[in-house]
Design a protein around this ligand. Sequence first.
Ligand SMILES: Nc1nc2c(ncn2[C@@H]2O[C@H](COP(=O)(O)OP(=O)(O)O)[C@@H](O)[C@H]2O)c(=O)[nH]1
Ligand SMILES: [Mg+2]
Length: 318
Amino acid sequence: MPASGDELGRRLRDGDLAAAPAVLNLVESRAPGHKAQIDALLHAVSPAALGREAPGHVVGVTGPPGAGKSSLLSELVRAWRALARSVAVLAVDPSSKRSGGALLGDRARIVVDSADGAVFIRSMATGGRLGGLAPATRAAAHALAAAFDVVVIETVGVGQSETEIAEVADSVAVVVQPGGGDVLQFLKSGIMEIPDVLVVTKADLGQVAQRSRRDLNAALRSLGARDTKVVAVSSLAPPSGFDELVAALDEHRSSLDIRARRLTARRASALADFAAEHGERGLRALGGQRPALKLLAEQDATLDVAALTRLLEEAAGS
Ligand SMILES: Nc1nc2c(ncn2[C@@H]2O[C@H](COP(=O)(O)OP(=O)(O)O)[C@@H](O)[C@H]2O)c(=O)[nH]1
Ligand SMILES: [Mg+2]
């Protein structure tokens, strides 16, 4: 029998963190009948069912392979746990050694206390392209934000991935290693959207890290991006910079119009889920991306992602 989406949604609404593994199994399932259960889950954690936006802070952590994202997350999770916050991490970059290689050094795994019931970590498949988010990842993030204080989505890539992650996350942190010129160039040339927080890793390398931090700050200033904080961290013992990183993310979260950001996120997710299912042909049936977004913008603000996706399917006659 498929796990009941409605029941799992109720458990998340009640703050039952132990529901997380079953939630992930459901959203990743392709078994017949599960789609209706995933829809039921998304409905059960919608603002309409919760009576407010889901309380969790959805944080995107993205950056090139080898930048130090997984190492950083081990320490960031520890810092959040020290503040008694529960944390779920959806790792779309599963740190495979194969994708690392000699140039990038060994790839780290996120290391947490496995006996701690308030931390949940799961590796997830990408949505095809490098950095692409699968519908299951979006659904998991939307659902887990009803129960966990923080939901992290870790993705790999630069240039495109932070745009995609911004469609789901409340706050996007782009992770750069010292001398990471790509990110600087992408930022300056406007290929990359300005992140909410920039993190320079490997601060223990000294001068080269300080220079990266200064260069990024200068680039942000010249772009007029006054709100983006640049934080330097070291994940080597003794770790440093994590209190500052937690504070920068908190500050971004509290400056947000959370209802507006989540509404945009649900609409973007619905369109992305529809496109994942029905492809270019489906989008053409809606007259393209713009008319589809216009249709979504006309809908009730409390509708969940699944309901919005169904609306698109009806409009496309699929
Ligand atoms: N010196 C130093 N090395 C680090 C630090 N963080 C990560 N690394 C190393 O950088 C490599 C890639 O780290 P990883 O966390 O796997 O990066 P990811 O691919 O972005 O998840 C590994 O060899 C890490 O040991 C740091 O703060 N200082
Ligand atoms: Mg990694």
